[in-house]
Design a protein around this ligand. Structure first.
Ligand code: HMG
Ligand code: MG
Length: 298
């Protein structure tokens, strides 16, 4: 029943975009190569956003260009507008992700425009991606709460998700940007979106700020979601969502899934070693206590 689960590793993007100490292009390539060796197959590799806004993601073109090109390996990158698309295309991106928000205030703070304006920016990106044969993933932020507005109506989430799907995104990642969701709310939100977008097109993107990420994932798994974003070492956060911490740690998610009999294809000790190496370069500890325990065993 649960053998069709897909993991999307967002560590090299979400994990690094908010760190005080930026990682060099070389270190980001090493990190991604380590993740590939550990068995991850879909790894968000960077962002083509303004380096004035997110300096940590500068050099994403060099990162992308250095990565292995093999069937079955995807390295999506974030693209907010045509300028970002052109740079990502020139760097050889095979997959991009556009990112919208269910909350007006977060849209303004994060990408400096309204939700409606963001869709005006996405239209030409979708057209150009279609012509170039580039797959597009779509994010919806603030699906379970907004750092500026608090509660976000499920109807607003459904509307944005449906629009991204209708304009051609192959998958919609539902972002609990500040990790405020709890399991029943998360599952209800996913089911509501699945009323408009097929369940097998949905992904859940959990931040773990309030320690609810795995519980929310489990609830959404039971509701039928099969794709989950996670970040090695539990790194992550958004510079425009103050106080939000990292994504669910990939190693904790893999541990849970494997324990439930779901084969993830991930070598857990190898993944934990990538987490420790990356955290050492960042000068911080991995979020989860299991990272060191598993790495020591492996
Ligand atoms: P803006 O200032 O409104 O844009 O920013 P602009 O078109 O007026 O351009 C201003 C300057 O930026 C110009 O440069 C442009 O050339 C440049 P200047 O003339 O001042 O030297 N510029 C760019 N440079 C490089 N790449 C580009 C680009 N576009 C314009 N693509 C913009 C609008 C979207 C660019 C800006 O707001 C931005 O970069 N925001 C960054 C947002 C971001 O990366 N946030 C974090 C990722 S989203 C997230 O974490 C949530 C997620 O994880 C899901 C979840 O958890 O919910 C995905
Ligand atoms: Mg995020």
């Amino acid at each position: 029943m649960m053998d069709n689960i897909r993991l999307v590793e967002v560590g090299p993007r979400d994990g690094l975009q908010n760190e005080a100490r930026p990682l060099s292009v070389e270190d980001r390539i090493l990190m991604i190569e380590g993740l590939v060796a550990a068995g991850l197959r879909s790894i968000e590799a960077g962002s083509f956003v303004s380096p004035k806004w997110v300096p940590q993601m500068a050099g994403s073109a060099e990162v992308l260009a250095a990565l292995p090109k093999r069937d079955g390996l995807d390295f999506p990158v974030l693209v907010p507008n045509m300028k970002g698309f052109e740079a990502a295309h020139a760097a050889g991106a095979g997959e991009i992700a556009i990112f919208a928000s269910a909350s007006e205030s977060f849209s303004q703070k994060n990408i400096n425009c309204s939700i409606a304006e963001s869709f005006e920016r996405f239209e030409p990106v979708m057209d150009a991606a279609r012509q170039a044969g580039i797959r597009v993933r779509g994010y919806v932020s603030c699906v379970l709460g907004c750092p500026y507005e608090g509660e976000v109506a499920v109807s607003a989430v459904v509307k944005v998700a449906e629009r991204l799907h209708r304009m051609g995104c192959y998958e919609i990642s539902l972002g609990d940007t500040i990790g405020v969701g709890t399991p029943k709310a998360a599952a209800a939100m996913a089911r509501a979106v699945a009323g408009e977008v097929p369940m097998d097109r949905l992904a859940l993107h959990e931040h773990n700020t309030y320690g609810q990420a795995l519980a929310n994932i489990y609830a959404c798994l039971e509701a039928g979601v099969r794709v989950f974003d996670a970040s090695v070492g539990g790194l992550g956060g958004c510079p425009y969502a103050k106080g939000a911490t990292g994504n669910v740690a990939t190693e904790e998610l893999v541990y849970m899934l494997e324990g439930m009999g779901v084969a993830t294809g991930v070598d857990l000790p190898a993944l934990c070693r990538v987490a420790l190496d990356t955290c050492a370069r960042l000068g911080r500890e991995p979020i989860s206590p299991i990272t060191r325990i598993i790495a020591a065993k492996g």
